[in-house]
Structure formats: C-alpha cells, structure tokens
Design a protein around this ligand. Structure first.
Ligand code: SF4
Length: 375
C-alpha cells in the first residue's frame, strides 16, 4: 500500500461536492448547528457505538437536566447514570462525569480549544478530541470514525478495516483525511464525511448512484466489506415482583430492584430486576418476552411475575435489593433492560422532579466539583 498523494484539483472538487451535498441533504439532528463545545462533547460521547435514533431520545433530556459543564460536574453519579439509562455502555457516562469534574477543578470549568489539549482530559480519545476541536473551535483536523474508515477504504480501494487491519492502514486513513479536511469548514467537512458513511456509503448496500464523491471513488460498490461479527445469543429470566404498601389514606406500588455489585465489569452500580434461577419459565408463567442486545450479545429474556414470598426461592442471590416506590424507579440508574421491562409493564411513572442546577449551586458552598464527589 502506498501513502496517499492527491492532486490539488481532486482535493478541491471532493471538498466542494461533499460539502454541497451535506448542505443540501444533512439530517436535521438536535446537536447539529450548535457550536457549544460542551453540547458537542455530550453528543459525540453518546453517539459512540449507539444508534442516532436512541441518542436523539436521550440527548435533549440530558442537556435539559445538565445544561452546562458545571451542572454536570455538580451532579451525583446516580443522577448522571439515571439520565444515561437506555444508552448502554455506562462507562462512557462515568468518564464524561469524571472529566467534567476534572475540568471544573483544573481548568476553571473551560474545555480546552485544541485537539491536543482535549486529549489530555480523562476519557477523551483522539476521535472525540478532533470532533470537538473541529466542530466547536474550527481547528483544521480530521475526524476518523468507523464510517469515515469505510468511505476512505472504498474510495481508495484499500483493504477493509477490521480487527486485523494494521496500524499502517489506520495511519494512512488518518493522513488522507487530514489532507482532505476543508481549511475553512473543518467541522462541516468532518460531519459530512461521517454523514456520507452513515446514510449512503453504508456497510451492506452503498448507494453509489446518489453519492456526491463517486467520481473520485475507486470501487463504487465493488469493495469487499469486512464480514459482520456474529452476535452471540443467550437466554435469561427476570423476576417482576411488585407489592402494594398502605399508608394513612392511600397505597402505593413498590417494585423489587437489585443493584449490580460495584465489582461487576459491566454496568456496576446499575439497578436491575432480580434474575431468575431458571431462565426456562413455563409458558403459562411468562409475563412477557423481550429481546435485548448488549454489545455483541442478544439476550432473550423471559419475565415472570414473582410473589414477594417466592423471591428467595426463585431468584439468584445478587447485589443489594430494595423495594422501590413506583414513583422513584424512573429516576434511578436502571439498566436499559430493566427500564424496557418496567415501561412495558406500565410500572414506570414520570421521574420525580429534581432540584434545579441553580438550587444545587446555592446549596454548594464551594460551587465546584469537589463539593459533590462521585458517590
Ligand atoms: S461511490 Fe459508493 S462506494 Fe464509493 S464512496 Fe460513494 S457510496 Fe461509497
């Protein structure tokens, strides 16, 4: 493989064609058009390994609750995870929260403006740093995600980027994108290339006839794309245990939830439904069946109603358990699966109103992240 050399005329044409197409056809996404580095940062972290439709559902809620970096830094980890619930890959939420606290403590609450400085922050890698720097601050730097890798490999007829792809190939893609990036509209150029990969140059069926850069593409639909990694599948059972407790003049429903131990490598500290000892629930006892994908695993979940007195006999011992009032459950850091099941069972009430950021600020003597450490 040779390093890419592009003549200035093709570079200028490609930039023009791509940006014209982007200006006319880009999707209207809630984070588009913002130059607020904090909002761009949140969107870029959410978009990693998560479908755009799922991010749209969460992005605005998250920004309403944490409209600025100080608001996020002051929040409790429980609150951040609750707002992240359903997006998966919860480590991202913890890293985002940690980094916001770090910026409050060490950078006066201001995100650095260059990719090189952004990369020094905890949890911000090369991709996120380049995305924030180019979109928010106009730095001339290329952004390379999976979509961009695919587009470039197809255009150049380079081997598909897969697990076995060498560092040399990745370096070549990086070099080329940095040569191509538009000097005056770097953020738009980067988003346009990613948009092309997400909407036209898709993994299975590229729409080359509609592609704005087809004239500069060496393969036009003939590129050998790396085979999709097979999903694993497994069966589990969940216990849906609900009880009614009476108060002076009313009663309320409570649902039994279990906190995943802090030692778990996946979703530590998140709240889930207790797991059944036997996932093979008799057909007559299945309350609902749910499919839930986490990373490369498809979970086929059978949910069974379990009476409070049968919980110990039917469920596996796990983390700490609590009977949670229905009105509180929605604002807890639920796993995506627990949220899905409780929603389908009509057991999730609207979240309890939370204190506003202003209230948090006035209650905080220091007014910085150190006043509200991760808990
Ligand atoms: S011409 Fe086809 S393969 Fe080439 S970049 Fe466009 S959509 Fe992808």
């Amino acid at each position: 493989m040779v390093d890419p050399i592009l003549d200035p005329e093709s570079v200028a044409r490609l930039r023009r064609m791509l940006l014209d197409w982007y200006d006319a056809h880009r999707r209207d996404l809630p984070w588009r058009g913002s130059r607020d580095p904090y909002a761009i940062w949140v969107s870029e972290i959410m978009l990693q390994q998560t479908r755009v439709a799922v991010v749209i559902e969460h992005y605005q809620n998250f920004l309403e609750r944490f409209p600025s970096l100080p608001a996020l830094a002051l929040a409790s980890e429980e609150d951040v995870l609750a707002l992240w619930s359903g997006l998966g890959y919860y480590r991202r939420a913890r890293m985002l929260h940690n980094a916001a606290q770090f910026v409050m403590e060490h950078q006066n609450g201001v995100l650095p403006s260059t990719a090189a400085e952004l990369r020094l922050l905890p949890g911000i890698g090369g991709y996120t740093a380049a995305a924030i720097a180019s979109i928010a601050y106009g730095e001339r730097i290329g952004v390379v995600d999976g979509n961009v890798e695919r587009v470039i490999c197809r255009m150049q007829d380079w081997p598909a980027v897969g697990r076995a792809a060498g560092a040399r190939l990745r370096r070549s893609i990086d070099t080329l994108v940095n040569q191509l990036v538009h000097p005056k509209r770097p953020g738009d150029f980067n988003q346009a290339l990613m948009e092309l990969g997400a909407t036209l140059c898709t993994p299975r069926s590229p729409q080359c006839l509609a592609c704005p850069v087809s004239v500069d593409c060496s393969t036009r639909g003939e590129h050998k794309t790396a085979p999709r990694r097979a999903m694993l599948s497994t069966e589990i059972g969940c216990a849906l245990s609900v009880r009614s407790t009476a108060h002076a003049h009313s009663s309320q429903l409570e649902v039994l939830l279990e906190q995943r131990p802090a030692s778990e490598s996946v979703m530590p500290g998140m709240w889930q439904l207790p797991l059944l000892r036997d996932p093979h629930v008799p057909v007559g006892d299945v309350r609902m069946a749910v499919r839930h994908a986490i990373m490369q695993v498809n979970y086929y979940v059978r949910v069974r109603t379990v009476l409070a007195e049968d919980v110990d006999a039917l469920t596996r011992p796990g983390g700490e358990r609590r009977w949670v009032p229905q009105v509180e459950a929605a604002s807890m850091a639920l796993t995506g699966l627990a949220r899905k099941i409780l929603t389908r069972a009509h057991l999730l009430a609207p979240p309890v109103p939370r204190p506003s950021f202003k209230a948090l600020q006035s209650n905080s003597s220091a007014g910085t992240a150190s006043a509200d450490p991760i808990g």
